[in-house]
Each structure stands twice: as C-alpha cells, then as structure tokens.
Design a protein around this ligand. Sequence first.
Ligand SMILES: Cc1cc2nc3c(=O)[nH]c(=O)nc-3n(C[C@H](O)[C@H](O)[C@H](O)COP(=O)(O)OP(=O)(O)OC[C@H]3O[C@@H](n4cnc5c(N)ncnc54)[C@H](O)[C@@H]3O)c2cc1C
Length: 372
Amino acid sequence: MKISIVGAGPAGGFSAYLLAKAGQDVQVFEEHATVGEPVACTGVITGNVMARRLQVPEELVINRIAKARIFSPSGSHIEVRLKNDIIIDRAGFDRHIAAMAKDAGAKLFLNHRFEGLEHNKGRIIAAVKDKTKGATLKIETDYLVGADGPVSTVAKAAGLYGKRAFYTGIQITIPVANDNVIDFHPSEDGIAWLVPENEEIVRVGVAANKEANAYFRKFITSVAGDGYEKKITGWQAGPIPVYDPKLKSATKDGKILLAGDAATMVKAPTLGGINQSLMAAEAAAESINNGTNYEKAWKKLMGRDLYISLMMRKAMERFGNRDYDRLVEIFSSEKNKAVLEEYDRDEPGKFAIRMLLTEPKLLPLAAKAIFL
Ligand SMILES: Cc1cc2nc3c(=O)[nH]c(=O)nc-3n(C[C@H](O)[C@H](O)[C@H](O)COP(=O)(O)OP(=O)(O)OC[C@H]3O[C@@H](n4cnc5c(N)ncnc54)[C@H](O)[C@@H]3O)c2cc1C
C-alpha cells in the first residue's frame, strides 16, 4: 500500500514516522528546500501533552518557563504557574521529526510541491512539481495525507477546504530585558504575547482577525519603544486557521485525509496547533493502518477540546475591553486561579466545564458564545 504525504511540518512528519514504523510504503513531498523553514511559530508548547507522543530532545529546548502573566486591557494582571511549558527551536523540531520518519523508512522529497489531483476510476493521482527539474510528476497513491498547513492545496483539490476563517499571526524576535515570564495580553484587538528566549531576548507577537499590522505596531511600540525596527533579529508571519467543526477532514471513502492546520485543528483561544498536529498524525496513522474511520479517531483525541475552545474564541470575539477586564478580575481570586493552574491549555474542555460549574460570574461572559 502506497501512502503519499504532502507537507513535512509536525503533522506530515509525525504521520510519516508512525506509518513507516508500522511497515507502510511512505513518501513525503515538501515544497521547500529545507524542512522547517521558513518558520511561522512562537514555539510554545505544553511539555506534558507533547511528552505523551514525543520526547523533545534537550538541544531543541530553548527555554523553560514556570510562570505566565495575563494582562487586562486596563493594565491589571494575574500571575499563574505553568506546569511544564517549553519554548522550542521550531525549525529544528520539524527536522527532528522528519529525521525520525526517514530513519523509520519514509522517503522525503524536498522541493516537491503538490499542485493538484486527478481521479481516475477510483485511483488517486497526485500532480507533484519537482521544482529543481521543473517537471510535473504524476504520483499514483492508495492514500493521500494533506498535512500542508492552513491554506492546504490538498484540501482545495479534494473539495474539503470549506469556508475557513483565519487569524493573522505576526511576530518578531528582539532584545528586551525580562524576568523569564510569558506575558499574554488578550483584548478586543486580538491576543498579544511576549515569550522570553532568555532574560535578554523575547519573541513578541500578535494574532488578530482584523488590522493585525496596526495592532502589532501598537503593541511592539509599547514593549520595545519607538525605533524598535533597528533591533529586530527575526521576523515571521502567517495565517492561523480557526477550527471549523463543519469541515470534513477526510473524503467519503477515507483515502484522502487532512491533518493538522490543513484541517483547521488549532485550539481557538490560544491559537496553538503543534500538539494538535501530532494528535492528528496519530489518528491518521491509526485509521490507515487499521482501516478505521479517521473522523472518529481524531475526534476521540481532541474533538471536544477543539469544539469548546472554538466556543471560547467565539465568546472572546464578542468581548469588549471591559469584558476582558472583568475576566482578569474573576481569575484573580485564589480559587479560580487554582483551577486555571490545574489544567493544560491543550485540554480546555475539562477546564471550561469545571469553571462554569464553580464560578457563576463567568456565565454572562460565556453566554456571548451563543448570544450577542
Ligand atoms: C505567528 C505564529 C505563532 C504560532 N505559535 C504557536 C505556538 O507557540 N505554539 C503552537 O502550538 N502553535 C503555534 N502556531 C501554530 C502552529 O505553527 C501550527 O499549528 C503548526 O505549524 C501546524 O503544523 P502542520 O504540520 O499542520 O502545518 P505546517 O507547520 O504549516 O506545515 C505544513 C508544511 O507543508 C508544506 N507545504 C505547504 N503546501 C505544500 C504543497 N502544496 N506541497 C508540498 N508541501 C507543502 C509547508 O512548506 C510546511 O512545511 C503559531 C502560528 C503562527 C502563524
């Protein structure tokens, strides 16, 4: 059985590894010349959730962070303990997974871009351009995994793209003295963050669904002052898909599967998707190896969390700055902070249910997910 995977990010690389390890004939097509580049990611992961599937090698851990501050728009903040948050070298992380896949027997083709699909009497034929030679190859395959990121060409070609919505993420790396605490600034403009690489350098960014550039300039000026442009040592930007529960992530016959950002599997409140990409890869490999239903497999791993996180995001999109002030105030009580500290960000389902049951003050804010 031949399996073709488009994209060598975390979803594609980890699918390739799991499938090749199970003895499948796997080939990965990556459009760039180097796996992992260009980077569009802050690289913050909840280490505990990651460790269930993958051990991040120590040399790829740039920083470990024990605390986060969440600021209200009016400037007050709460400080919460983090369980095991790590900041990774994201390009190195993708290359590490790709190397695991190659060691397990997967073939990796760099500079190969998936361009379209031909269906011929139930067979899948992928058109893949070898960018070095300028030639288009026709690849016949039993399964096609689209792990090609938020604007997935595989999703478009297979009629699985849907009407997806995006946030725009913009981030720079810049010298700023700091106390090794992650700062989150949620507001009606979007979410902004300051993530330390060490006590002198930070990754500063924003994600917004409108006017992201203006929001970014306003936030970075407040952090690094005027003239920050001259101090920038790294710059990146990219679209972040909003999870769409209506979207199908596999064709009717289950032979074309979307995984990770390609299937909008991003947790909506914090817009992180690395752990979700690995979960999608696990579900895709399980479904191909055992001939089981992919949709059911990934929903079992993260369906409820993605749905609840979407509800949280919907409510937050209707918040004004006074609602964010109120939210920070509610979480400043020791009782509520303790609940916030108990759960991993990758598992918002359990957290949201527990909070709504124990803190009635949250109900008017939560209701914004449903009512205007
Ligand atoms: C600014 C920013 C900050 C972020 N920060 C975090 C964070 O801190 N933590 C977190 O968990 N998530 C974060 N995310 C989200 C995270 O980066 C994604 O969820 C994650 O990369 C998804 O992995 P993936 O494998 O699904 O897709 P990708 O990582 O996008 O990989 C897709 C791969 O497919 C390749 N490709 C695309 N099209 C084709 C084609 N036609 N043919 C061949 N190859 C193709 C691409 O080159 C790429 O290598 C951030 C995103 C942004 C934009």
